[in-house]
Design a protein around this ligand. Structure first.
Ligand code: ADP
Length: 163
């Protein structure tokens, strides 16, 4: 049997139910999935790398999927993929804007390493409105719309000193 290792990279600031939906669906396509948080990131982040890894790890444990693990990586994603022996990168698409950005990213990654393929999964109907940035904005007004788990909601309220 061909062993397929997939990496699902992201900021996960914080992990949402939209992310978890992609994780569950990816676990059916690959023998193993590494949900990976890059150490270097140019976006303004709310949670530290350690906090994001801890939240993500606890959410992934809750899924009870033995073929999924969490990791943090340093440097270029393609280099990390080569180091762990991954052949697939997975990204989720909610909008055309996601697609435009992701298309460029996947072309860059393919230029860096032609053996690495990016697979796009369309957001599910019931999670397509979810984004980490929307959750962070909502929490400032005491709402989450059920976009994240109770544990992640608590972490957000604490971090933003709301409620
Ligand atoms: P990044 O900063 O790398 O975009 P994110 O944590 O925002 O990190 O997103 C990681 C990946 O998850 C991206 O491919 C993003 O499009 C996807 N994603 C985020 N939210 C959803 C969702 N609700 N449904 C499907 N895919 C999603």
């Amino acid at each position: 049997m061909i062993q397929r290792l997939a990496i699902y990279p992201g900021s996960f600031d914080p992990v949402t139910k939209g992310h978890l939906d992609i994780v569950v669906r990816t676990s059916k396509l690959a023998n193993h999935v590494i949900v990976a948080i890059g150490k270097a990131h140019d976006k303004r982040l709310l949670f530290s790398l350690e906090e994001r890894v801890a939240l993500l790890t606890s959410e992934i444990e809750g899924l009870k999927l033995p073929s999924v693990s969490v990791a943090a990586y340093d440097g270029l994603l393609v280099d990390y993929a080569r180091t762990v022996g991954a052949s697939i990168l997975v990204r989720g698409l909610r909008t055309i804007a996601d697609f435009e950005r992701e298309k460029t990213m996947s072309a860059l990654n393919h230029a860096l390493d032609p053996t690495l393929e990016t697979i796009f999964l369309p957001a599910s109907e019931d999670t397509r409105l979810i984004s980490s940035s929307a959750v962070k904005e909502l929490v400032r007004y005491g709402k989450t719309l059920g976009f994240v788990s109770d544990a992640v909601a608590q972490a957000l309220f604490k971090k933003l000193e709301v409620g």
